[in-house]
Design a binder for this molecule. Structure first.
Ligand SMILES: C[S@@+](CC[C@H](N)C(=O)[O-])C[C@H]1O[C@@H](n2cnc3c(N)ncnc32)[C@H](O)[C@@H]1O
Length: 296
């Protein structure tokens, strides 16, 4: 009770009032989705579900609730994304832990998962060996291994923080026995015989990074974003490595920036890859390029 009494100095003392307060602060700061963000952050801070928020808006808050809500509000006003403040993100059918220093996976990348599944589901009865190049949080490999029970996978990343995050997410989803995470650079990684290679490599032009929204430029790591002067550095390397990594007739699926289809397809074709196909995302933007190595 003391805790509640001492909370009098705060501009809000109950669940619903806290949501109103955060909503107003976020709107004043010009942030998108102000009320939804406020609801998520208040629920997370207090440890209640959205149903309780709707049914018990007058529930009193303790001092520690108010402190946590205020901290979350300050972080959002500093443009930290809601998913990072929550520390988790829903992706495909899984929930991932998101930590500083690792890319916050994007909904657009679910298109890469869909295209990948359309290939490997055709061979559900056979063991499928997957390579996730630049695994980050583990989003893609976690999604694929969850949907394809007889697949195994290796994820590589140059960032040790990403490797740790991916390993933790794979373990939390009980996928550790079907996966390995290796600290490796894709320009030298040399394992072979994969049925499927997936990659969402860094593809932003270096000079464009500073102008991105602060939620991206200040919180996603540069190593996950920076694709070099023309944004294509990683694709140049990966195009040359795909024929080494893949079995004959193996499939690759790469995410691309909306304006990169023409040069990426050219790089892949120059490297001898076949059946190169472009898939758009649900905003009708070029998003995924897939294809195969030559069969024997
Ligand atoms: C755009 S993020 C994608 C992360 C994750 N796959 C996803 O879709 O959310 C690119 C990832 O590639 C990794 N990376 C960048 N350069 C690399 C390299 N030379 N070798 C291996 N990984 C690299 C970054 O650390 C980052 O985790």
């Amino acid at each position: 009770m003391d805790e509640i009494k001492d909370a009098g100095a705060a501009p809000f003392g109950a669940l619903g009032a806290a949501v109103d307060h955060l909503t107003a602060a976020f709107e004043d700061a010009g942030l998108e989705d102000a009320r939804e963000s406020a609801r998520i952050l208040v629920c997370r801070a207090v440890g209640v579900g959205k149903l309780e928020l709707l049914t018990s808006p007058s529930r009193r808050l303790s001092d520690s609730d108010i402190h946590q809500i205020t901290e979350f509000m300050k972080r959002r006003l500093a443009r930290e994304p809601v998913t990072r403040i929550e520390g988790r993100r829903d992706f495909w059918t899984v929930t991932l832990e998101i930590r500083p220093g690792v890319l916050d996976p994007r909904a657009d990348t679910e298109r890469l998962v869909e295209v990948s599944l359309s290939h490997i589901r055709l061979k559900q009865d056979q063991h499928q060996k997957i390579l996730d190049v630049g695994i980050g949080s583990g989003a893609i490999l976690c999604a694929l291994l969850t949907d394809v029970p007889n697949a195994t996978g290796i994820g590589i990343d140059i960032s040790t923080t990403a490797c740790e995050a991916a390993g933790k997410n794979l373990s939390a989803l009980k996928l550790a026995d079907r996966s390995r995470v290796l600290h490796a650079d894709f320009s030298t990684f040399g394992e072979t015989d994969f049925d499927l290679v997936v990659a969402n490599p860094p593809y932003i032009r270096s000079e464009e990074i500073a102008a991105l929204d602060p939620e991206v430029a200040d919180y996603d790591p540069a190593i996950a974003l920076d694709g070099g002067g023309d944004g294509l550095d990683a694709y140049r390397v990966i195009a040359g490595r795909l024929p080494i990594w893949l079995k004959p007739g193996g499939v690759f699926v790469l995410e691309i920036g909306y304006d990169q289809a023409v040069p990426v397809i050219a790089l892949l074709q120059e490297a001898g890859l076949q059946g190169v196909t472009l898939t758009r995302d649900y905003n009708n933007l070029d998003r995924v390029v897939s294809g195969t190595t030559a069969p024997i």
